[in-house]
Design a protein around this ligand. Structure first.
Ligand SMILES: [Mn+2]
Length: 227
């Protein structure tokens, strides 16, 4: 059955401040707050968009709902949100053991907390389309299966396509150089690299802020410059 674009959230332009995208956070919210301080993030005017993988691996995954409650914080679903909510709601993904992928923190949460976290992560969109003064910018966790962004709004965007968006590393591994049409830029995380990379108009921004030796890249979505 086709899955339509109701899971793509369209975000209106920010006319008063800056928009930033950040790569995988993986439960390192204190480190993220420090990175936001360095760019003088203004919660009254600026907005922060997570590319997904908010949870697992790091020490503060249990704080995820506090962050999702902030009016300036926006997040899509990554593969670790999928792993988390499926297990939290009693239907774990069989092929991938969440506990072995940094998910042990969930067992330390009360059943009520697990339920709240599961429902909240399940409800996240899996893509953003953010209006900017220079045109729309897409955010998708891992990869995008087409050369045309408009596909995301069409009926034939299938569950398999959404799987690519959550899990694939093809575009980066193959260094696929072509741009995605009908969108200013598309931003991904998921693939941890030392420095932000760009292939056509596709940006890979998970510079491993969640692990030792890495750092958080905050990509300004109006200028497409990293900070
Ligand atoms: Mn990921």
């Amino acid at each position: 059955m086709p899955v339509v674009s109701n899971a793509v959230e369209r975000i209106p332009v920010n006319a008063v401040g800056r928009d930033f995208a950040v790569g995988d956070i993986h439960g390192c919210f204190t480190k993220l707050a420090i990175a936001m301080g360095k760019v003088h993030f203004d919660p009254q005017k600026d907005r922060l968009f997570s590319v997904g993988d908010l949870v697992d691996r790091g020490p503060e995954s249990h704080q995820v709902l506090t962050w999702l409650d902030q009016p300036w914080f926006y997040a899509i679903s990554g593969n670790h949100e999928l792993l988390t909510w499926r297990r939290a709601l009693g239907n774990p993904i069989k092929e991938v053991d969440h506990r072995q992928h940094g998910g042990l923190w969930l067992d330390a949460c009360s059943p009520e907390q697990q339920q709240r976290i599961g429902e909240r992560l399940q409800a996240l969109p899996w893509a953003f389309e953010i209006a900017t003064p220079e045109g729309p910018v897409g955010i998708v966790h891992a990869d995008f299966p087409y050369d045309d962004w408009r596909k995301i709004h069409e009926q034939e965007f299938s569950p398999e396509d959404i799987d690519v968006c959550h899990w694939s590393v093809q575009r980066y591994q193959q260094q696929y150089p072509h741009a995605i049409k009908n969108v200013r830029a598309v931003v991904h995380g998921h693939k941890t690299i030392n420095r932000m990379a760009q292939l056509g108009n596709v940006y890979f921004i998970d510079t491993g802020g969640w692990r030792s030796g890495g750092h958080f890249t905050l990509l300004n979505l109006h200028t497409l410059r990293p900070m």
